[in-house]
Design a protein around this ligand. Structure first.
Ligand SMILES: [Zn+2]
Length: 279
């Protein structure tokens, strides 16, 4: 039986030149849980001499440009913001902005196709936004999992009553992976929160989109792991409403939590992520 103690909290401040990054980790039974916080992705290549060399060494901007098919990135991408949960069996789960942005459609019909003609006509900038990729950066990313984790659908659900119980929080962090203000006409944001409690850990990955006067959408992935079990429950919920149906002033939905509870569910699916904990 693994016990959550002794608690081993580590903090590292790495000052690599003028760029400071911050990491924190916790040992939780067989888990090593850590996050990194970094600065924003530059808007252009800063090291052309290095990146143009033929040795597969690229700056973050060039890495993103090579890996992603979308022609623009969100205003704020935090390339090294990453949450990692590594099990001693070798299984691991992580949440990072690059994998999330790989799931942004580079060819789909843009969101305004479903929006009113009125909205389009009233906003000249909409033409500028009308590109061949999803400029709302909508992603159904559910986290990146290692190959040795098996996934299947389950009827089991996360025990939300347990999550509500007040208990000692051993570890907590809220990381933004990317954010865009849609030219001041809303918000598109992907963030991930981790909470480690004495008997479990819980992660909420949330994509939140608000296109003012048009629509609100959320794609949320919740992961729950009870200590001393060999699986994680992963619940994915997609919600959406047109602004018209929602009938809520924009000023009342500045925060995702203000509006997500009122959105109708479009898709919900729960998976069991099984890992081998005998090794
Ligand atoms: Zn570069």
């Amino acid at each position: 039986m693994f016990r959550p103690e002794p608690l081993n909290l580590q903090e590292t401040n790495v000052d690599a030149g003028r760029h400071t990054s911050n990491s924190q980790s916790i040992e939780f039974g067989p888990w090593h849980i850590s996050y990194d916080v970094s600065r924003i992705l530059p808007s252009m290549c800063a090291t052309k001499v290095v990146c143009e060399r033929d040795d597969d060494q690229f700056c973050q901007f060039c890495t993103y440009s090579k890996e992603l098919k979308i022609p623009h990135f969100p205003d704020m991408v935090f390339p090294k913001n990453r949450l990692t949960l590594a099990h001693k069996s070798g299984a691991s789960i992580n949440f990072n902005p690059l994998d999330a942005l790989k799931r942004v459609a580079s060819t789909v019909e843009p969101v305004e196709v479903s929006c009113s003609e009125v909205w389009m006509q009233a906003r000249p900038y909409a033409e500028k936004l009308k590109k061949s990729f999803d400029w709302t950066f909508c992603t159904d990313y559910k986290g990146s999992i290692s190959d040795n984790i098996t996934v299947w659908e389950t009827e089991e659900s996360i025990d939300f009553e347990l999550l509500k119980q007040k208990n000692q929080i051993l570890f907590y962090h809220d990381l933004t992976l990317f954010e865009d203000e849609l030219h001041d006409h809303g918000v598109s944001k992907l963030s991930v929160k981790i909470r480690v409690m004495p008997s479990y850990w819980f992660v909420l990955l949330r994509y939140f989109l608000r296109v003012d006067d048009v629509l609100v959408r959320s794609n949320e992935t919740r992961m729950f792991h009870m200590l001393n079990t060999d699986y994680i429950l992963r619940e994915y919920t997609s919600k959406e409403s047109s602004a018209k149906d929602l009938n809520m002033p924009t000023s009342h939905m500045k925060e995702a939590d203000d509006v997500i509870p009122f959105l109708p569910v479009k898709e919900k699916i729960t998976h069991k992520l099984h890992f081998n904990c005998s090794s």
